[in-house]
Ligand binder design. Structure first.
Ligand code: CP
Ligand code: NVA
Length: 303
């Protein structure tokens, strides 16, 4: 059987994605009840990080340990990856010694090249274009709080970035409506928007985007690698903060999500992110652990 990768949400079918979400919920219960068996004993996860991380690193490393396996942290500064060894060669070597590989990098083409030359499953742990693991945790969180996300309306407020692109893919795969509001010049990739057809609408008005939304979500204005644009972006994103005033225009009982790390007072108000009746950001963060355990079990069961 051909090795299965998870570079975007489109690498799994809608049925498979729902199976991963159900498995994540079951794994969370087993974790709570301390009944998880070491089903990945002797399996090794390689974790390649070319950008910083708290949640992704801790969730993958802890998740692998909880399943009985182990994880290796690899950074460009202490491997040959940082000294120009070709990605193709690194992929062939690392995949002969480990069972599954997770990569956080810049260009999405790098992870595609790596996956083409890997003998084991490769997981996208964030590129400049997509962050699909976060979406597994986010959909799990929605399902736990409110039931199926199918047919619901989600609002994305802010930058048309990697998270926004993965929300667009999620709208297609999990079958919900996505209303995006971005300042001019910060829209998501038009090809990705087009691929979603009428499930996705893009506006410049946050109020219009949150209207009728069951879930409102945002992310930092300047992503990793865009630090030099922080000041300009703060000006361009004026009026795009998610706060109680904006949430009041969403549907009754609407939830707030943020992949974190958050910049309070910029894309989200401090009051909203701390409002436990609306904000589920800590559940989202915890669910990275359970969702990625489910994902690794799924990918390893396919090869
Ligand atoms: N949300 C997320 O991926 O967080 P980290 O950058 O801390 O991994
Ligand atoms: N868009 C953010 C997400 C961080 C988890 C970034 O790429 O920095």
């Amino acid at each position: 059987m051909a090795v299965r990768h998870f570079l975007t949400l489109h690498d799994l079918t809608p049925d498979e994605l729902n199976q991963v979400i159900d498995s994540a919920i079951a794994l969370k219960k087993a974790h709570r009840e301390n009944t998880q068996k070491p089903v990945l004993a002797q399996k090794v996860l390689a974790m390649i990080f070319e950008k910083s991380s708290t949640r992704t690193r801790v969730s993958f490393e802890a998740g692998m340990a909880q399943l009985g396996g182990s994880a290796l942290f690899l950074s460009p500064s202490d491997t040959q990856l940082g000294r120009g060894e070709p990605i193709e060669d690194s992929a062939r070597v690392i995949s002969r010694m480990t069972d599954i590989i997770m990569i956080r990098t810049f260009g999405h083409d790098k992870i595609e090249t790596f996956a083409q030359h890997s003998e084991v499953p490769v997981i996208n742990a964030l590129t400049d274009s997509f962050h699909p693991c976060q979406l597994l945790a986010d959909v799990q969180t929605y399902v736990e709080q409110r039931g199926s996300i199918q047919g619901k309306t989600v609002a994305w407020i802010g930058d048309g970035n990697n998270m926004c692109h993965s929300w667009i893919n999620a709208a297609m795969q999990f079958d919900f409506k996505l209303q995006i509001a971005c300042p001019t010049g910060y829209e998501p990739n038009p090809d990705i928007v087009k691929s979603a057809g009428d499930r996705v609408v893009v506006t410049m008005d946050p109020k219009q985007a949150v209207s009728g939304a069951d879930l409102v979500t945002t992310d930092v204005f300047a992503s990793m690698g865009q630090e030099s644009e922080q000041t300009t972006r703060l000006e361009h994103f004026a009026g795009f903060q998610v706060n109680h005033e904006l949430m009041a225009l969403a549907a009754d009982n609407a939830l707030f999500m943020h992949c974190l790390p958050a910049h309070r007072g910029e894309e989200v108000s401090a009051e909203l992110i701390e409002d436990k009746s609306i904000s589920v950001v800590w559940d989202e963060a915890e669910n990275r652990l359970h969702a990625q355990k489910a994902l690794m079990l799924f990918l390893l069961s396919q090869s």
